[in-house]
Design a protein around this ligand. Structure first.
Ligand code: SF4
Length: 222
């Protein structure tokens, strides 16, 4: 086989890629739908510096390929397999990595309707996405808007529930009732730096509980 044929073959293999499992496993959240960062996230300055998704395990080529696959899967509303997987879980995190685009929303609404016993929850940096998701009034679907010390003023004007992070040691958490959860800056399961404790800290990041199912703080605010 010459190099041209090898290129053609690997292109075909890439095109036919399907992951063994659509959901991604995560020690904290149990499972999540992971999406790409590139072309999907609207990062703040702090995100660009501290994002846990741009390095390590989640940035390995196989995981990046799966994230791109999941984005296409939602865009095409190709949901049969994903519904089967989600039905098994009591909660599924949205945007475990990356963020949603408007083109993903019809599939997310269909998924939540098809799996009424599964809680779909997560975070977004995009107020327009949060408005559409939370405005849908589906009991098992919600998003927090993520903010940090470098978020634009317009994002801080969002009237709904927020999460604050990544928080660095020098960051003060505003005394704001909308903030449901605080995420100390962390990577690979460890808090980075001496970030002071806060009453709203994610307990899984602090390792005081085993994971989200035990906590539910990020979706019990509804
Ligand atoms: S605060 Fe609770 S629900 Fe939210 S990410 Fe942490 S463990 Fe999960």
């Amino acid at each position: 086989m010459d190099s041209k044929q090898i290129m053609e073959l690997s292109k075909k293999i890439r095109k036919g890629y399907t992951p063994g499992q659509y959901l991604s496993e995560n020690s904290k959240t149990c499972v999540s739908i992971n999406l790409p960062i590139q072309g999907h996230c609207k990062p703040t300055k702090r995100c660009l510096q501290d994002c846990y998704g741009k390095s390590g395990h989640t940035a390995l080529p196989g995981n990046l390929r799966k994230q791109r696959f999941m984005s296409k899967c939602l865009e095409k509303q190709d949901l049969t397999h994903l519904i089967q997987e989600c039905l098994v879980y009591s909660s599924v995190r949205l945007n475990g990595i990356g963020d949603m685009n408007p083109s993903h929303l019809p599939a997310i609404f269909s998924l939540a309707k098809a799996c009424p016993q599964t809680e779909f929850w997560g975070m977004t940096r995009k107020v327009s996405i949060a408005n559409r998701v939370n405005g849908k009034s589906l009991e098992n679907l919600s998003l927090l808007v993520s903010v940090d010390t470098t978020s634009p003023k317009a994002v801080w004007k969002y009237p709904g529930a927020l999460c604050f992070g990544p928080r660095r040691p020098e960051d003060k958490v505003p005394n704001d009732k909308r903030i449901v959860t605080v995420f100390p800056r962390h990577h690979a399961g460890r808090v980075i730096g001496n970030v002071p404790s806060h009453p709203k800290d994610c307990p899984a990041v602090r390792h005081t509980i085993s994971g989200c199912v035990e906590c539910q703080q990020c979706w019990d605010w509804k």
